[in-house]
Each structure stands twice: as structure tokens, then as C-alpha cells.
Design a protein around this ligand. Structure first.
Ligand SMILES: *Cc1c(COP(=O)(O)O)cnc(C)c1O
Length: 236
């Protein structure tokens, strides 16, 4: 698994360089996105110190997450149990209960009804982010920016949900600079929401930036980057 150790080291170095360049001293959390990636590579990533993982489909995530929590008798067992799993893809409401069993963070809350279902079914505090469609491109999921204040105000009142951040998926492009305005808009939106002193609401996180554009996202304030291909290679 030397391949992923090298790739991870390179990604971490690039994260550090981008942070330094933008004068940041806070830590950027690396979420390794493991869709299309087998269990052995997930284990290798955990052994290499990755603590946070992302998946975008319940069906694919369930066996992987169960394989990690079921492991016994390995010196890595503790690390497997401590791994945090982030749901980063669209979540259908009829899968809310399953998602609650599997994930520590739901980054992709994209409707009030989904938030209400998660709140009603949760048996413990759950960290959630609102997915926002800031890019202006046609995207299927995510709140439009002008709906986020109302949604955040309402979700902040829901029992057991801790709304701690905003997430966005930038449009695919070969030019990372083309997505900078979208990342900047998400940061401005978070800062504005925090300045409104909405009861129960403080947004710490900006989850933005993927393999193609994470350095630009960090320069624009990402606290979480979600990276798949740059760590695990091109998906089949
Ligand atoms: C696949 C995926 C990622 C990672 O994308 P890469 O280009 O492989 O880094 C990040 N976020 C979401 C929501 C994804 O679906």
C-alpha cells in the first residue's frame, strides 16, 4: 500500500502549503472520500493516520463501515472504531434511519424535511451541515443561497441536531481558479449567518474543495476538504 502512503503525504503537504500561503493557523480536516474504494485501502488509510472518511451512498457505505467497526483483535482496532464517517451525498428521506446508524456527520442536509426526519429519529446528538448550491450552475441538490438563512434558523431549533457548517460541491472544471468565487461566496454566507446571532447557531465549518480544487478552497477558508482521487487514484 506504499501508493496511498505517498499520495497521502503529498496531499497533506499540499494542504499545509495552501494553509501557510493564506496565513492560516487552524487545522484543515482531511476527509478521505472512499466511494469506489475497497476495504483494504480504507484500512491502509486508517493505518496512515486518516481519521475522517466520506461516502456518498448508503448502500456502499454500510458494509464498509460495518467492516471497520466489526474488526477485533487488531492493534488498529481502536483506530477503526474511532474513525469518523461523513455522509457527503444526497440522502433520501427513507434512508434517514440507516444514515443515523452509520454516520457521525451528515454534510448533505439539503431540505427542511430531511432535517426534520433526522431530528425526529436521532437518539443522540448529530452533527449536520447544510449543503448549499453557491455555484450558480444547474445542480440537483443544495439550498440556494437566499434560502439558507431561513433553513438554518429553523434547523437550529430542532432537537438533537447540531448545525455546525456549510458544505458545497463546486462545478467540475479543469481550472481551479474558476471555482474560487463559489468558495468565497460560501465563506461570506457563513460569516454573515454567524453575524446575525441566530439563537443556537454558530457555524464553524466550511466543507469545500475536492481533488481538483482543494488548495483554492483552503485559501478561501475551507475547514474541511473532501478528497478521493488524489489519495486513492482514479475511480474505475
Ligand atoms: C466524490 C466526492 C468527493 C471527492 O472527489 P474527488 O474528486 O475524488 O476528490 C468529494 N465530495 C463529494 C460530495 C463527492 O461525491
Amino acid at each position: 500500500m506504499a501508493g496511498i502512503d505517498t499520495a497521502l503525504a503529498d496531499v497533506r503537504r499540499r494542504i499545509a502549503v495552501a494553509s501557510g500561503r493564506s496565513g492560516r493557523t487552524d487545522d484543515v480536516i482531511l476527509v478521505a472520500v472512499t466511494k469506489g474504494v475497497g476495504i483494504d485501502l480504507v484500512r491502509a488509510a486508517i493505518a496512515a493516520g486518516v481519521t475522517d472518511f466520506g461516502e456518498n451512498r448508503i448502500q456502499e457505505a454500510a458494509p464498509k463501515i460495518h467492516a471497520m467497526s466489526g474488526i477485533e483483535g487488531s492493534f488498529l482496532q481502536g483506530l477503526y472504531h474511532e474513525a469518523r464517517w461523513h455522509m457527503v451525498g444526497h440522502l433520501q428521506r427513507n434512508k434517514a434511519r440507516k444514515a443515523l446508524e452509520l454516520f457521525d456527520v451528515i454534510q448533505s442536509v439539503d431540505s427542511l424535511r430531511l432535517a426534520a426526519d433526522l431530528s425526529a429519529r436521532a437518539t443522540a446528538p448529530l452533527e449536520v451541515f447544510l449543503q448549499v448550491n453557491v455555484s450558480g450552475y444547474q445542480q440537483k441538490y443544495g439550498f440556494p443561497p437566499d434560502k439558507v438563512e431561513t433553513a438554518a434558523t429553523e434547523i437550529a431549533t430542532l432537537p438533537r441536531l447540531n448545525l455546525t457548517g456549510l458544505m458545497t460541491i463546486a462545478p467540475m472544471t479543469d481550472d481551479p481558479e474558476a471555482v474560487r468565487p463559489a468558495f468565497r461566496r460560501l465563506r461570506e454566507l457563513r460569516d454573515r449567518l454567524n453575524s446575525l446571532d441566530i439563537p443556537g447557531l454558530h457555524l464553524r465549518h466550511l466543507s469545500m474543495g475536492m481533488s481538483n480544487d482543494f488548495e483554492v478552497a483552503i485559501e478561501e477558508g475551507a475547514t474541511i476538504v473532501r478528497i478521493g482521487r488524489a489519495i486513492f487514484g482514479q475511480r474505475a
